[in-house]
Design a protein around this ligand. Structure first.
Ligand SMILES: *[C@@H]1O[C@H](CO)[C@@H](O)[C@H](O)[C@H]1NC(C)=O
Ligand SMILES: *[C@@H]1O[C@H](CO)[C@@H](O)[C@H](O)[C@H]1NC(C)=O
Ligand SMILES: *[C@@H]1O[C@H](CO)[C@@H](O)[C@H](O)[C@H]1NC(C)=O
Ligand SMILES: *[C@@H]1O[C@H](CO)[C@@H](O)[C@H](O)[C@H]1NC(C)=O
Ligand SMILES: *[C@@H]1O[C@H](CO)[C@@H](O)[C@H](O)[C@H]1NC(C)=O
Length: 348
């Protein structure tokens, strides 16, 4: 169950102006989530059915905490190895909203994804907080799919899975001023697993800080399987501290042995830049750009990369396959200077 702590959420209002199916009427006005959904800060009222659906000019703000009470679910056996926990409730769903603003709210201990954004147009998360332990499985902070014009600004995300995960059909996404960690970092994909995936076009990740995460900025797609495209993706001004894989394109993404690893990905990646990315890596493989042999990555740029690694496993290295990046500025490690192992280690 999803409960609400702190009554300050009573200032949270969903303003509805015309045409919204979710509010049951066309005449505009204001929905108060306390009245409409029975939200109470009594730590008992179950809000699991809250989902915000088909509303225009929606605004949710205040200092409220949506608490998914997931700590018992995290211990369920099997969760850590596959999507077993996928049927559990998502803390907050924003479906088919137009011109929406989510400010100041906190989501805590969701049983799986904290926030799911689907089919939205022009939605902004600002001064938003996600809190869950590093060992909570499948608890992506904000998952975005099939949406145009999403902004995630000045937000703090501590969780067990991806900080922000970006699914197919995402267009014109801006992530700025986000701090991540613990968790799996900022990820586009995975792509190419399902039929009829829509293109990803236009993602800017800027001025973000990742600490103790397993990835920094990542694009991942499955070998074999389905076609797709992902283009115009820009990562800029990123600080990484003790991140296992700070810069990673992985077109051999294959956790849980769910694919034919010897096939090539059919997802085409193009127009991708990594600029001014600096800090420390927890593993030597600081830069890993593994593209598809049948559809090599096109127009990839690496500019001003400065990532160091220290430890018994040696200094930071940069690996590339099926890509010829345009390189400029500082490059530490030297771009694409290390051999790529035949069987890359699976990541999650
Ligand atoms: C986007 O939504 C915000 C409300 O969150 C609104 O103020 C702004 O005008 C919208 N932008 C466009 C281009 O419609
Ligand atoms: C960079 O991000 C921080 C939050 O981490 C924010 O306060 C600052 O305004 C952002 N700077 C710019 C230029 O967007
Ligand atoms: C990073 O992880 C280590 C080990 O778990 C922990 O000691 C350290 O406090 C973490 N750093 C931050 C900034 O969370
Ligand atoms: C770095 O991260 C690793 C695991 O990802 C952790 O074991 C280690 O304690 C961290 N080190 C620091 C200095 O935070
Ligand atoms: C890649 O960038 C070039 C130059 O900016 C542009 O002409 C081209 O349409 C882009 N490709 C895609 C697939 O968007």
């Amino acid at each position: 169950m999803l409960i609400l702590l702190l009554l300050t959420i009573s200032s949270a209002k969903a303003q509805e102006a015309g045409g919204g199916g979710g509010g049951g009427g066309g005449g505009g006005g204001v929905i108060d989530v306390v009245a409409k959904f029975g939200a109470k800060a009594d730590e008992k009222t179950d809000l699991s059915k809250i989902a915000f659906n088909r509303i225009e000019n929606f605004k949710l703000s205040g200092a409220g905490v949506f608490d998914g009470q997931g700590t018992t679910a995290y211990k369920r056996k099997g969760c850590e190895k596959h999507n077993f926990c996928g049927s559990l409730p998502i803390n907050l769903r924003f479906d088919f909203l137009t011109n929406a603003m989510i400010q100041g709210v906190t989501t805590k201990d969701s049983k799986q994804f904290h926030i799911n954004v689907l089919g939205c147009k022009n939605i902004t998360f600002e001064h938003f907080t996600v809190l869950a332990p590093g060992e909570s499985p499948n608890t992506d902070g904000i998952h975005i799919g099939r949406s145009d014009g999403v902004n995630v600004l000045n937000t703090k995300i501590k969780t067990g899975d991806d900080c922000v995960s970006i699914g197919d059909g995402t267009k014109n996404l801006v992530i700025n001023g986000v701090t991540c960690g613990p968790g799996h970092g900022i990820s586009i994909g995975s792509l190419g697993l399902f039929k009829n995936e829509e293109p990803i076009d236009g993602v800017t990740v800027k001025n973000c800080t990742l600490t103790n995460t397993s990835n920094g900025v990542r694009i991942k797609s499955w070998p074999g399987a389905e076609p797709g495209t992902c283009s115009n993706i820009h990562f800029e001004d990123i600080t990484v501290t003790n991140v296992s894989s700070p810069i990673i394109i992985d077109q051999k993404y294959c956790p849980w042995n769910k694919c034919k690893i010897n096939e090539e990905s059919k997802v085409k990646l193009s127009n991708i830049s990594f600029k001014n990315i600096h800090g420390t890596s927890a593993l030597p493989e600081a830069v890993k750009i593994i593209c598809s042999a049948t559809l090599p990555c096109e127009n990839v740029e690496l500019a001003d990369i400065e990532i160091t690694h220290s430890g018994p496993t040696g200094p930071a290295v940069s690996q590339c396959s099926n890509v010829k990046p345009k390189v400029s500025g500082k490059q530490n490690p030297a771009a694409c200077s290390a051999p790529v192992p035949a069987n890359p280690t699976p990541t999650s």
